[in-house]
Design a protein around this ligand. Sequence first.
Ligand code: COA
Length: 290
Amino acid sequence: MILRPVQDTAADAEVVRHIARAAFAALPDAPPPATEPAASSVFQLARTRHLTRTDPQGCWLAELDGEPVGTVLALRREGVWVLALLAVLPRAQGKGVGRLLLERAVAYGRGCLRGMLCASPSPAAVRRYRLAGFTLHPAMRLTGRVDRAGLVDPGDLPVHPGNPTHRHLLDSVDRRLRGAAHGPDHELLLAHCEELLVADTLAGSGYCYREGGEVRLLAATSKRIATRLLREALARVPDGVEARVEALTAEQEWALDVGLEVGLSVETRGYLGLRGMRPPAPYVPDGGLL
Ligand SMILES: CC(C)(COP(=O)(O)OP(=O)(O)OC[C@H]1O[C@@H](n2cnc3c(N)ncnc32)[C@H](O)[C@@H]1OP(=O)(O)O)[C@@H](O)C(=O)NCCC(=O)NCCS
């Protein structure tokens, strides 16, 4: 088996997407592949190309007899190492491919004191991540249709659409919460999410992205602002679209409370894996950029 860097090409991005799709589709609770929104595929392809540019030494393909069978994508941002993706084709699993890929990605994070990843419920993934030194925080997800009758908000904290001019604010909030900004990843998120919402008041600041029904990457300097942002984002989920908020550890009870207010269901799913840090709060990570 050889490991080779993922190239910044459409062909390699497609190979990464194919491996990820096949690997995740084989998980016991995977949704049928046909239900994957087109926007999600476009985002996966764009994210791979983005990371091959920002973190070429964190992006690898494993090849067996010339055929790609596994992939890993990792990034470094201001001293935080993040695992964006680890996937091995079902037919090649259990033979050490995942271990080698993860070792290569972890080596790329050498010198970073903190590490973050979102783990699927796969026992093989849990074994790999724990052996790599990550503390696994069980996570919950909220899903369902938003019951607008539950969206009672005092409206005393203004929230408005954000744009690239808010980069300093976004970076400042992230540095305070997790010790590192997302930096260039905001360009990717701004290009691929339906909207960015920003709160910037005397009481504190925060932001969140929404793509369709999915609320992702929410960070705020107080629970009050985080709650306001989540309510606003859920209010903007189009009628008839299922809302989804993932990777919520017990620290994010404020988010569970908002979800319960508007009739979403809570289930456990996967883990937030962390090294050298406690779960940032109030914070909803993006599963692939954390
Ligand atoms: C997680 C994943 C990348 C691991 O790849 P892999 O090539 O199978 O990994 P390895 O063979 O190196 O290691 C798997 C380990 O889990 C163990 N394992 C496999 N199934 C297991 C199970 N049901 N329970 C406990 N351990 C299990 C294996 O014995 C092996 O441990 P060992 O090497 O110490 O013996 C792969 O299973 C995968 O793509 N899963 C679906 C996608 C996914 O969940 N990705 C991670 C999401 S964050």
